[in-house]
Design a protein around this ligand. Structure first.
Ligand code: AMP
Ligand code: GLY
Length: 440
C-alpha cells in the first residue's frame, strides 16, 4: 500500500522507519533532505510542508491512498482536509480537530464546557491593559503563552524564564504585538509537579495507549535554560515511569478519552496520534497541553519498540477501525538524546558539518533518527533545529542510557550540543524523591 508522509524531522524518520518495517510503499514530502527518510522512500519531494496544493499534486501523481502528517504546522492550515477531499485517508487530524493543539484557548474552553478533569485556571487576553489588571489581582505564579502554535518555544514560566511583574508584562506585550486576529495571550496558573507524556492512537472514537515517556524541554542540564522542542526523553520497560504510578496513567487516559469524546460531540472527530502532556500534582494529573500528533522526541522512544504493524495502525486510525488488540509494544526501556546545534533554544549556529558512524551506533544497541539535517554531496550539515536523535534500547533505563551514551560517541562535529543528564540514575532518583515529597 502506498502512503504519503509529511515532515522531515526525527519524529517523521521514526514513523517512516516503522512504516517501512511493516511493508508500506512510502512517498515523502519534507523541507530538508533527511537521509533517513530519503533512503526508505520510493519518492520524495523537498518543498515547504505548508504548500498544500503541491502536496496534493504529489499524492495524486503517486496514487497514494493513505497519509500520515508528522508536524503541526500543515495540520493548522488544513492539509488533512485537502487530502481527504481528493480521496486520501489520513491518520492525522483535520484543521478543526487539530485546534486541540493549535488553539490553547479552544483546548481549555472545551475542557471547561465538558467538565473534564485535569483542567487548570486560565484566562485569555487580547489587550495588555486588561491582562495587567488580571495579573495584579493574583497572588500566585503564572505561565504566559501565546494562544497559537509556538514550536515549543513560546512558553514562559514565572520564577523560571520570567521574574516579577515587569518582566511578565514585557512578555505579555511581546506576545500580543506578534499575534494575529484569532490569537492572543493565555495566562495560566503555574502548576507544580512531575511531567509526563501520554500518547494515544485515536480513530475518531477509541483511544489506545502508548508507553509513558518523559521529555526534557529545557535546553541545559539540570532542567534550566530556555524551553525547547525537547532535548531528549526516556521510557521504561513496564510502560510506566519510575515516578508515575498506574493510577495517574489511568486518570490521564480517562482525560484523553473524554477530550476525544468532546471533540466528536463538537463535530471534530479526531483521528491520528494524540499527545497529552501532563503534570502529576498533589491533586492528580493536570493537563498542560495537547498535541495533535506524536511528540518529538517521544515518537523515537515508542515507535522502535512497537510490535504491531504500524502501517495497519495508520489504516485503522484513518478508517475508524482500531480494535482493543491493535497495539502492542515490547517491554523494553528507551533513552533518547537529541544532538542539537549549539545555541539551540536561543540562537542556533547552523550549517556545521556533522559526522555519523551508523554501524558504530547500531553496534552499541542504539538507533539513529535523522532530524533537521541536510544531506549535500554525501555530507551532512546541521540546520537551525534539532539534528539527530540517538535512542538506546535495553531491558532497563540504566542500560538504555549507557547504550545511548556509547552510541553518541559515534556522532561528531563542531557546533553540536547534547544534554547528557537525560535518563541518568541520579536524575531519575531526584524526581522520585520530589514526587514522594509532593504526594506525601
Ligand atoms: P509547552 O510548550 O506547553 O509544552 O510548555 C513548555 C514547558 O513549560 C512545559 O514542559 C512545562 O514545563 C512548562 N509549563 C507549561 N505550562 C505550564 C503550567 N501551566 N504550569 C507549570 N509549568 C508549565
Ligand atoms: N516533545 C514535545 C513536543 O513534541 O511538542
Amino acid at each position: 500500500m502506498r502512503i504519503l508522509t509529511v515532515g522531515g524531522g526525527g519524529r517523521e524518520h521514526a514513523a517512516v522507519e516503522a512504516l517501512y518495517r511493516s511493508g508500506a510503499e512510502i512517498y515523502s514530502v519534507m523541507k530538508n533532505a533527511n537521509p533517513g527518510i530519503i533512503r526508505r522512500a520510493k519518492g520524495c519531494k523537498l518543498i515547504n510542508e505548508r504548500l498544500i496544493d503541491d502536496i496534493c499534486e504529489f499524492a495524486i501523481e503517486h496514487d497514494v491512498r493513505y497519509a500520515f502528517i508528522g508536524p503541526e504546522a500543515p495540520l493548522d492550515i488544513g492539509l488533512v482536509d485537502a487530502l481527504e477531499h481528493i480521496g486520501v485517508k489520513c491518520a492525522s487530524p483535520t484543521k478543526g480537530a487539530a485546534m486541540i493543539e493549535t488553539s490553547k484557548s479552544f483546548m481549555r474552553r472545551l475542557m471547561t464546557k465538558y467538565e473534564i478533569e485535569g483542567n487548570i485556571a486560565y484566562s485569555v487576553f487580547r489587550t495588555p491593559e486588561i491582562a495587567e489588571k488580571y495579573l495584579l489581582s493574583l497572588d500566585t505564579e503564572v505561565v504566559v503563552k501565546p494562544v497559537g502554535l509556538t514550536g515549543g518555544k513560546g512558553v514562559k514560566v514565572q520564577g523560571e524564564q520570567i521574574n516579577g511583574h515587569e518582566e511578565t508584562m514585557a512578555y505579555v506585550r511581546e506576545v500580543l504585538s506578534g499575534a494575529g486576529d484569532d490569537d492572543g495571550v493565555i495566562i495560566e496558573e503555574k502548576v507544580v509537579g512531575e511531567e509526563f507524556s501520554q500518547m494515544v492512537f485515536v480513530d475518531g472514537k477509541r483511544i489506545l495507549p502508548m508507553p509513558l515517556v518523559q521529555d526534557h524541554k529545557r535546553a541545559y542540564e539540570g532542567d534550566v535554560g530556555p524551553n525547547t522542542g525537547g532535548m531528549g526523553s526516556y521510557s521504561d520497560a513496564n510502560h510506566l515511569l519510575p515516578f508515575i504510578p498506574a493510577e495517574a496513567r489511568d486518570k490521564a487516559l480517562e482525560i484523553l478519552q473524554r477530550i476525544v469524546d468532546a471533540l466528536g460531540e463538537e463535530g471534530y472527530p479526531y483521528r491520528g496520534p494524540m499527545y497529552g502532556q501532563f503534570m502529576l500534582t498533589r491533586t492528580g494529573p493536570k493537563l498542560i497541553e495537547i498535541n495533535a500528533r506524536f511528540g518529538d522526541p517521544e515518537a523515537m522512544n515508542v515507535l522502535p519498540i512497537l510490535e504491531s504493524n504500524f502501517h495497519n495502525l495508520v489504516k485503522d486510525m484513518a478508517l475508524g477501525k482500531l480494535k482493543e488488540d491493535s497495539v502492542k509494544f515490547k517491554n523494553l526501556a528507551t533513552v533518547c538524546k537529541y544532538v542539537v546545534p549549539k545555541g539551540y533554544g536561543e540562537e542556533s549556529e547552523s550549517g556545521h558539518e556533522i559526522m555519523v558512524d551508523e554501524k558504530g551506533i547500531r553496534d552499541c544497541g542504539a538507533e539513529i533518527f535523522y532530524a533537521n539535517v541536510d544531506e549535500r554531496d554525501g555530507r551532512l550539515f546541521t540546520g537551525t533545529s534539532r539534528s539527530i536523535g540517538i535512542v538506546g534500547i535495553a531491558e532497563t533505563i540504566e542500560e538504555a542510557e549507557r547504550r545511548c551514551e556509547a552510541a553518541l560517541t559515534f556522532v561528531r562535529g563542531e557546533g553540536i550540543w547534547v544534554r547528557h543528564d537525560i535518563g541518568k540514575n541520579e536524575v531519575i532518583q531526584k524526581k522520585m524523591d520530589r514526587i514522594m515529597n509532593l504526594l506525601s
